[in-house]
Design a protein around this ligand. Structure first.
Ligand code: ZN
Length: 177
């Protein structure tokens, strides 16, 4: 299992490299996608992960399928009782580019698996649109609002070497219980 690197690590502070589209289906990239999903699944409070967070400076992020489950909003503890085969599969975004952001923004509570255990409020557009390639090398576009729009912005920031604490307000530490 790959370890999630923490904020001091240099890989989190540089631009992630794009992947040639023809390389997406290679065993090397497919293995990295698997490692990302495994590392993410291992974090009960994790909803998405960018490749630099497990040490690869590559332009990929993965969104946990659990956020699409109807019971997700009930909170993690309740959610963890759901059988694995009922959890939608993770969404893969390779070479993602934000193609649209709503002008309307809001301050949203935010944390990060690589910034333990700080939390704060980040100013995010309410809606976002991303263009990316999936795990089969197929180009797609996805628009989102709410949590997924926030994830798009947080994760594409990771791929530019930006952490939420670089621009968040009201940052405080909240240790796990
Ligand atoms: Zn993060």
């Amino acid at each position: 299992m790959k370890k999630i690197v923490q904020k001091e690590d240099r890989v989190l502070h540089k631009d992630a490299k794009e992947i040639p589209v023809k390389d997406i289906t290679t065993p090397k990239i497919q293995k990295i996608l698997k490692e990302m999903s495994q590392a993410l699944k291992n974090q009960s409070d994790g909803v998405a992960l960018a490749a630099p967070q497990i040490g690869y400076s590559l332009s990929i992020f993965v969104v946990s399928g659990k956020i699409f489950h109807k019971d997700f909003v009930r909170g993690m503890q309740e959610f963890e009782k759901i059988p694995e085969n009922e959890v939608p599969k993770d969404l893969v975004f390779i070479n993602p580019k934000i193609s649209k952001l709503s002008r309307e923004k809001e301050w949203l509570p935010e944390g990060c698996l690589s910034v333990r255990w700080l939390y704060g409020k980040a100013l995010r557009s309410k809606k976002a649109m991303v263009t990316a390639y999936d795990e089969k090398g197929k180009k797609f576009q996805r628009g989102a609002s709410g949590l997924l729009a926030q994830i798009f912005q947080h994760e594409t920031d990771h791929l530019k070497g930006v952490l939420f604490i670089d621009h968040a307000k009201d940052i405080r530490e909240e240790l796990p219980q």
